[in-house]
Design a protein around this ligand. Structure first.
Ligand SMILES: Nc1ncnc2c1ncn2[C@@H]1O[C@H](COP(=O)(O)OP(=O)(O)OP(=O)(O)O)[C@@H](O)[C@H]1O
Ligand SMILES: [Mg+2]
Length: 302
């Protein structure tokens, strides 16, 4: 069974704003899906539809075969949600917040406490377990919110900007955890993010949104194929300056259409007196692809 299915999913808000237009996506268990797009693209709206907080105005969606609009409780029993505004209690400690939500999900006190302690440890919050949430920093709060969403071992995780306020080390801890969950427990992650470098590190596939439409989707290789190769040639050479875009002394980064461009560039460098010490082709990054595809789309719009 597919973990998450969106079938021509559409949402027009009561005021008339068409936030989501006929979006179709199907994700297998264990995928880490990066849902990307500029502000207002419709990412949060999609998460709200998938978690039953909104109902679609067209099409439909399922989470592990359940319709979130009709069976929100069933979806919440199987899914964890991390949003920008986590509902937790400032007057309770980190550990108390987690065991409170553990009880809501039907865990007994002992199981709840040991699960909470393991998650606090994995998210590097053990030192703050006894501290009231009101005294947590933004990043600590975000990590606790993820721990809360994981208390009942959900099979699907919805994450709306889960690492936006995290320092690099904490973001790394979150990514390690998500990858472990996907690999060991087959947890599916639906991850909305603007952090393209992090997304490239952890996601197995992507969807690119703009103005409510999904305009590209696939793995990194599939997106690269869609753009038609491309990338950059890193060239390092001594001797006189070469007629290429320079990024440092003797360092050049030349946009290329594909590997077939490399021999001519090398000949050109040698003919100009360059003493080549390094030639390194680099495939386009997710960030390169994002800008390329968004640019293509904007050109195509009327
Ligand atoms: N409750 C609402 N009523 C009316 N319009 C809304 C509502 N919530 C969101 N919108 C509009 O729907 C569109 C999509 O918003 P959404 O929050 O889904 O975008 P997003 O991709 O999550 O953006 P961001 O990257 O800023 O989080 C925007 O134009 C927004 O103004
Ligand atoms: Mg959003």
């Amino acid at each position: 069974m597919k973990a998450i299915v969106l079938d021509h999913l559409s949402k027009t808000y009561p005021g008339g704003k068409a936030a989501l237009r006929e979006v179709s996506i199907a994700l297998d268990p264990g995928e880490i899906f990066g849902f990307l797009g500029p502000n207002g693209a419709g990412k949060t709206t999609t998460v709200k539809l998938l978690t039953g907080m909104l109902t679609p105005t067209g099409g439909g969606c399922t989470v592990l075969g359940r319709d979130p609009a009709r069976q929100p409780e069933a979806v919440h029993a199987l899914a964890g949600v991390v949003t920008e505004h986590a509902q937790m209690y400032d007057t309770l400690t980190g550990l108390e917040n987690l065991t409170f939500f553990g009880a809501l999900f039907g865990l007994d006190a002992k199981a709840s406490k040991s699960r909470a302690q393991a998650l606090l440890e994995e998210l590097d919050l053990t030192h703050a377990a006894g501290q009231k949430l009101g005294a947590y920093s933004t990043g600590m709060r975000q990590r606790l919110s993820l721990a809360r969403a994981l208390m009942h071992r959900p099979q699907v995780l919805f994450l709306d900007e889960p690492t936006s306020g995290l320092d690099p080390q904490s973001a790394q801890a979150v990514h390690t955890l998500l990858r472990r969950l996907a690999r060991e427990e087959g947890t599916t992650c639906f991850l909305c993010t603007h952090q393209l470098r992090y997304a490239q590190e952890i996601c197995t596939c992507y969807g690119l949104m703009d103005q409510g439409r999904l305009f590209a989707q696939g793995t990194l290789d599939q997106l690269r194929a869609q753009v038609g190769g491309g990338g950059t040639l890193l060239l390092q050479a001594g001797g006189p300056p070469l007629p290429f875009p320079q990024t440092g002394p003797g360092r050049y980064e030349i946009p290329i259409a594909g590997e077939e461009d490399i021999p001519a560039l090398v000949r050109q460098a040698v003919a100009a007196g360059g003493e080549i010490t390094r030639v390194l082709p680099q495939a386009p990054t997710l960030e390169d692809l994002y800008f390329h595809l968004i640019g293509q789309r904007e050109e195509a719009l009327p």
